[in-house]
Design a protein around this ligand. Sequence first.
Ligand code: HEM
Ligand code: HEM
Length: 250
Amino acid sequence: MTPIDWLWILHPLLMVVIAYPLLGIVLYLARRTRLRRLGRSRLPVSSGAEHTDLGRGLAVAVVAITLLALVVVISTKGPLAQFAGGPGRLALLALVAVGTALALASLLRVRAAALRAVFALLTWVGMLGLGSQPEVWRLSDDPLSPGFWQSHYWGGAGLIGLLLFSVAARPEIQRSLRWRRLHLSANVLAALLFVTQAATGTRDLLEIPLSWQKPTIYACDPVGQTCPPLAPPSAPPADAPAPSTPAPAT
Ligand code: HEM
Ligand code: HEM
């Protein structure tokens, strides 16, 4: 493993260590919140508030750890000195990454409904903008092809949209039954997407080679599932010492 390989491991590692355990607690508290609303009043009143706080934490963690993946994927495609599009494009993309993080931080602070909607949208658009770069691997961008529905990128884009919607609509979900129902259906889908992201993410881990193996593996044809024959080991230079031959047995 080279330092670049460790950078690539950071995103799956943090998802497994931070986001998924948090998801477990958020789901547990979601069930308690619902049961309490349905009249099981022996459950603690704090369930709703705890679900909301940890739900926010979950959304922030997923967005931040995904932003990290996008930054790593884009900046390690090749040597930074030869970045496609030059330093101008690199600086612009860095600006979008910082802007996305700032939009997320602002979403957590603002109160007015319009501002919440604007910052949630800005965060999502920032993620989509970075994700649409050619450096980011996406199985397919065509919703009519099966590859689109198996894509780790597009699953992530949908999930992040749903989580940002929950964060932005928090006061409405607390206040109104209609919004709560909408939240519930949106997040049943989000919970399913968490499962498919785990499946497509671990599949990608199997498929992505270590950095030193990339030149060889990427020469393979993924459709025909064949690889070019390996070059024979290069002949030793003429002045190299002859390989020692074992002394003949006497
Ligand atoms: C996978 C993720 C999530 C699931 C499955 C989920 C599910 C639920 C469920 C079942 C309820 C109770 C609805 C009812 O009483 O009828 C609820 C309430 C709520 N959720 Fe979520 N949720 C998720 C994530 C989030 C996130 C990210 C937020 C963002 C802050 C959030 C904010 C809220 C709020 C504000 C309420 C109302 C709490 C109350 O009644 O006091 N949820 N959620
Ligand atoms: C909620 C969960 C997750 C979301 C929203 C998410 C989202 C993303 C996005 C948008 C990318 C960049 C596009 C791409 O290279 O495909 C990415 C990359 C990647 N993800 Fe995830 N992901 C999640 C969970 C996971 C999990 C659980 C794993 C594996 C255990 C994983 C493994 C990977 C790998 C290997 C990459 C390639 C680049 C890298 O490692 O930085 N992801 N993810």
